[in-house]
Write a protein that binds this ligand. Sequence first.
Ligand code: MD3
Ligand code: FE
Length: 226
Amino acid sequence: MRHDPMSPITFDLFADAEPEQQPRLDRIGEQSCVLKGFALPWLDQLLPALDTVLAAAPFRQMITPGGFTMSVALSSCGALGWTTDRSGYRYTRHDPLTGQPWPKMPDVFFELAQAAAREAGFADFVPDSCLINRYVPGAKMSLHQDKDEVSYAAPIVSVSLGLPAIFLFGGFERSDKSQRVPLLHGDIVVWGGVDRLRYHGVLPIKDGQHPRLGEQRINFTFRTAG
Ligand code: MD3
Ligand code: FE
């Protein structure tokens, strides 16, 4: 029998995803939302591109201005990369480890970030920086604000891969109560507008093995930094 021309030929990209990863939009703040499972259809393109970036700019643990070694290991791609050392936090055009410019942001990274921002209501997001955070079990990120970007007009897009995490979404003072947002492999969070300067963090990652990424969580944070 011939295919009915009115019924598109499709296949289910989410056939093997967990039910909680069915694509959907959860609002977590006035201008913030979680796009559950949004990155899943992009993974086969995303992971090889990630390997290329990491071959040029490997993960490294950085030192905070206070002299502590971060439990999260970092890399970056795009025109600007975020770094910290004893002298402070900043965006740089060169990787301090290699002395080379940060690797180019792969097209598939840019396109995914732009598509997610659009889905969340932010048209024409043009990220110039992608910070790549690697968490092993036990690694965490304490409550902080992101204030190193030139403008707070653009949203921030964050892609979670690998082991699950509990994201802390706080208020405008460190002492404000935080909301706990579970994030799974393939989830994307978009923050903007009035929520841009909220305190946020990540609870220590629990032990586990992710079938695709092993014993780690990787987070991409896209920003318009410069
Ligand atoms: C919420 N990274 O790199 S996603 C960071 O999962 C960072 O690795 C976390 O916080 C992670 O700075 C959280 C990114 C994020 C970035 C900016 C925000 C969440 C935000 C600004 C306001 C509220
Ligand atoms: Fe942050």
